[in-house]
Design a protein around this ligand. Sequence first.
Ligand code: TYM
Length: 336
Amino acid sequence: MINSKPILFSAIQPSGNLSIGNYIGTMRHWSSFQDNYECLYCIADLHSLTTLNKNFSLQNSVLDTLALYLACGVNPKKSIIFIQSHVYQHSQLNWILSCFSQFGELSRMTQFKNKRKIQDNYVENINIGLLNYPVLMSSDILLYQTNLVPVGQDQKQHLELTRNIANRFNLLYGDIFTLPKPLITKTGSKIMSLLDPTKKMSKSDTNKNNVIFLLEDISSVFLKIKNAVTDSEMPPKIYYDLRRKSGISNLLEILSAITNKKISILEKEFEGIMYSEFKKIIFDNISKFLHKLQKSYLVYRKDESYLKKVAKEGAIRARLKSEKILKRVSTAIGIN
Ligand code: TYM
């Protein structure tokens, strides 16, 4: 049977507690994609090795992430859910594509430069996995002839690199790889940090007050929202203006994403109210959202044997699919 649905691939690194930024930037759409696309949702544990910490249980974090995928409505009957390291084809293609990637282009990636920079110095003893990181990401995507990749704005550059690598390969060996397109939403693709709304909210931020985590205790969110940076406009006004009101705009984006209401509608609703009242409404909505998500998460997380079954079946299906393209690549370059 020919499957005519476009192929959609997305992944998250299980390197810690996922943030509301991860949810809003990608996961919130995953469930609805399942009816229109052939979806693959991957847990990128090999990517997490780039920042491995001995005291951190990657194995637990992988299961936490899988339970969160299910709690967000990803259905293993409709989509392929799998763990990257269970499908060896990813590492195999990673090596092959490394040989079609250039040191210059990889060292110019913004994320790599940020990781390499400590204060104003570029460190030399950075692990090569961090340099190679976007090539592994390209392998994830290209292995499935992916058409669409839903991601937040921070991954756009990696998608461009993926297209460049695929093009380079195709020019030499014919049309082997499909060129994927990023799917980046207009609002919510870059949720900002609460205390510094000029920088991205990141799950690895050392200051936890910058981040709302999907699995955090709801009571701790109250203070985080209360302390979130706003502005000193007098009288206070709630409207979207990224340049002049980055804090308020960020809170509006978060609220819009979790309530499914347009920002223009929210602006009207909040005409004339104080920032403290606005923040209380934000907290009420976030706590409602987190409560529902965490309740569903706990049901899945308790059943480890079910989670392992989902991962095992997903890996079998992902291997079957990825093996086909890996064979074509191997034949083209003469290693099969
Ligand atoms: P990761 O784990 O850093 O983030 C997962 C997804 O969440 C998005 N995101 C955000 N979106 C909006 N606002 C934010 N503050 C925010 N923070 C994170 C990211 O853009 C991403 O879409 N390399 C990837 C994982 C990966 C992948 C792939 C993604 C591995 N292979 C193949 C797509 C396709 C990463 O580290 O994402």
